[in-house]
Write a protein that binds this ligand. Structure first.
Ligand SMILES: [Zn+2]
Length: 409
């Protein structure tokens, strides 16, 4: 009879360790495989990666392995500690199947991370009876491993992006390399704080960071702060699609508020079912939608005025000269500030505050071709999001509807 141990020795064998026996767990839901050091083999110090004399043994740990025939599989092993002369300390040993404090084996993390490129992270977790956090750990581990084990070469351009992965304030920070010809996920971290984003720069080191030429981000303050700190020489571009998305969000707020008020006051429901008419780009509207929009625009409504401001703003991207773009931006903000539409005024204030970064877009366009800048801005990121199982609800259209609307399926 072919035994589990025989199979394991075929596919997951490590010199210096033996699989002792395999058994079903008490609740019969998982398979537990006991591992012990081979007699006479010395433990390896996890700091200096050299063998060292044993000190003691810790309590048994469970390392999750690739599930098998519907059972979860765990390797059970009591880690040894070594008295390492080189490090001058008592250090826990390094085991070849695990990585630091991770509860999963490397094989299991690789397994999950591979599936997480085909399925969403949530689906991956469900399919293999594990948690979203473990899938995150797996992807993080594999991406970090990749970053540490390849020659990075120079990175000219990076994009930083946030993704909301659960309700409430649960975000990931993703950093992509978006050089021409090379787009790849470089780093993924939990949260979207100054600390978490700094983690990326710790991994790549100051030397590489200082050579970055372009950075593309949204207006999230902690990102802006870290970019100023770590890539002070880079040309920092604000993601144009995030700006458009913010504007759509403000418009939607105005519409919802006004529509609700009209309903309460018993007025004709002219704003009913207008949401997509207003949020979609005019040229993407179908025939009858165009008529309905034209009708709607005859009304003297706050929503209509906000819509016209939003549409007028689109012209900004047609400018070539940064100084003319600047004049247009200032004029748009001036008009908007007089509109008495609070959500739009809020946008104008924020655009004023980030004026320089917005105009960097036009500088970048002068340095590169506009196609490249567009690519820097969005395409690479949308592709990467998709390939890592993130979904943006409107990635088919040019502008995501809501900048926080990125969800992980
Ligand atoms: Zn050592």
């Amino acid at each position: 009879m072919l035994q589990l141990i025989t199979i394991l020795n075929q596919c997951h064998h490590f010199a210096g360790f033996v699989y002792q026996h395999a058994r079903l767990s008490r609740d019969k839901k998982s398979i537990e495989v006991a591992v012990r050091p081979r007699k006479g083999s010395a433990a390896v110090c996890s700091r200096c990666h050299q063998t060292a004399p044993g000190y003691d043994q810790l309590a048994e740990r469970r390392f999750e392995f690739i599930p098998f025939w519907g059972f979860l599989v765990f390797l059970l092993y009591s880690m040894r500690r070594v008295d390492c002369q080189r490090c001058g300390a008592v250090v826990v040993e390094k085991v070849p199947w695990g990585d630091g404090k991770h509860q999963s084996t490397k094989a299991h993390m690789l397994f999950l991370a591979r599936w997480a490129r085909r399925l969403s992270w949530k689906e991956t977790a469900e399919a293999f009876h594990t948690s979203w956090d473990k899938v995150f750990d797996a992807v993080e581990h594999v991406v970090t491993w990749g970053l540490e084990h390849r020659t990075l070469g120079e990175i000219d351009a990076i994009g930083v992006d946030e993704i909301q992965y659960a309700k409430g304030h649960k975000y990931l920070t993703l950093v992509y390399q978006i050089d021409l010809g090379i787009t790849r996920l470089l780093w993924v971290g939990k949260e979207r704080t100054v600390e978490s984003f700094r983690g990326f720069f710790t991994v790549i080191g100051d030397d590489l960071a200082s050579k970055i030429v372009f950075v593309c981000s949204d207006m999230w303050q902690p990102y802006l702060k870290v970019i100023r700190e770590k890539c002070s020489d880079a040309l920092h571009i604000l993601d144009r699609f995030h700006i458009v998305a913010k504007m759509n969000k403000a418009l939607d707020e105005v519409r919802a508020e006004e529509s609700g008020r009209m309903k309460r006051e018993g007025q004709a429901p002219v704003l009913r079912k207008s949401r997509w008419l207003l949020l979609k780009h005019q040229r993407n509207l179908k025939g009858d939608q165009r008529f309905r929009l034209r009708d709607l625009l005859r009304h003297n409504l706050k929503t209509v005025r906000a819509y016209l401001l939003k549409e007028a703003f689109q012209q900004l991207w047609d400018y070539n000269s940064p100084s003319w773009a600047g004049k247009f931006l200032d004029e748009w903000c001036r008009q908007t500030m007089r509109s008495r539409i609070e959500p739009m005024k809020k946008i104008a204030r924020s655009l004023r505050q980030h004026r320089e970064l917005i105009l960097n877009y036009f500088l970048a366009q002068k340095l590169l071709s506009s196609g490249v800048v567009e690519g820097l801005n969005n395409k690479a990121k949308v592709t990467m999001r998709k390939s890592y199982g993130f979904r943006t609800p409107c990635c088919g259209s040019r502008a995501p509807m809501s900048w926080c609307g990125l969800v992980i399926r």
